[in-house]
Design a protein around this ligand. Sequence first.
Ligand code: SAM
Ligand code: DTB
Ligand code: SF4
Length: 317
Amino acid sequence: MPTLATITDLYHTPLLDLVYQAATVQRAHQAPQEVQLCTLQSIKTGGCTEDCGYCSQSIHNKTKLEKESLLDVATVLESARKAKESGSTRFCMGAAWRQVTDGRAFDRVLEMVRGVRALGLEACVTLGMLTSDQARRLKEAGLNAYNHNLDTSEAYYPQIVTTRTYQDRLDTIAHVAQAGISLCCGGILGMGETQEDRIQLLHTLANLDPAPESVPINALVPVEGTKLEQAEALDVFEWIRVIAVTRILLPKAMVRLSAGRLSLSREAQALAFLAGANALFTGDKLLTTANPGADSDHALMAALGLKARMPDKSCAA
Ligand code: SAM
Ligand code: DTB
Ligand code: SF4
């Protein structure tokens, strides 16, 4: 297991040497021309009681957001079908919940998971905190992955969220692992954290057991009305460093370029792919904020000679 000292040294490696190392690891463990395309769908939007300082969906932030109650199964499956048509192999459903509550809403989510799997797509959900029994039921429904981010270091976390603790996050992550569901766990850069916080986050991620199967790297989307609206813009080379270190520490993981790509140039994204990124969220919208459209992503991938990864055999309908 990598120590904090090792990760600190790695993080401060001259940038191009670091990218070269990460590219070498990627070529040894991944198909370097392949990018996994994943589509996000918000299945329940806004009205969340958590106070995450970055989030458009928190009731504690004064954002202009149309709330929407839990969508019906048919609507979600129609959107999953379209996602598949546009080349996505994974469909990720997000709900603005603090935690899952047993009952009709959760039963409906289980049905969505079954439906997405029946379409031959990988299914991922992100629903907030989860008990071990709820994780078991998601696994039974065929869920492939659960997204639950640590966002930043344990030390900086209380500056960003106060309605839950880092340990709460780790507990849900443990429930997901116990149920045998793959973990998608990453963070957000550009929330005013220091390099030390980024290194601490990487240390926690690299020491999760089992290791995360997917690591989303979000660059803060500064949403009007949130506490982090005025956060200082992220230095793009810090974003590259985090991607490269993640790839080196987690050779087998999917390193996923997530929120914030609209403010990153094509050239920066090309460098990110060289530094080990190999997955994207496609489509005009993430959960509530804008994302580059499928056309511009296909054009970027074509220009770089990258191709969309085919679905895993276990997911074929
Ligand atoms: N409510 C669930 C939870 O928090 O676990 C799931 C949905 S939540 C919106 C999913 C993730 O999106 C968060 O953990 C955070 O990392 C990321 N996120 C949310 N708002 C963001 C923003 N404005 N910029 C970048 N990432 C953001
Ligand atoms: C993740 O780490 N990023 C995605 C996914 N997991 C669920 C969500 C990004 C949300 C960005 C803000 C929004 O669109 O509301
Ligand atoms: Fe709620 Fe998730 Fe947004 Fe936090 S990030 S306010 S838990 S929807």
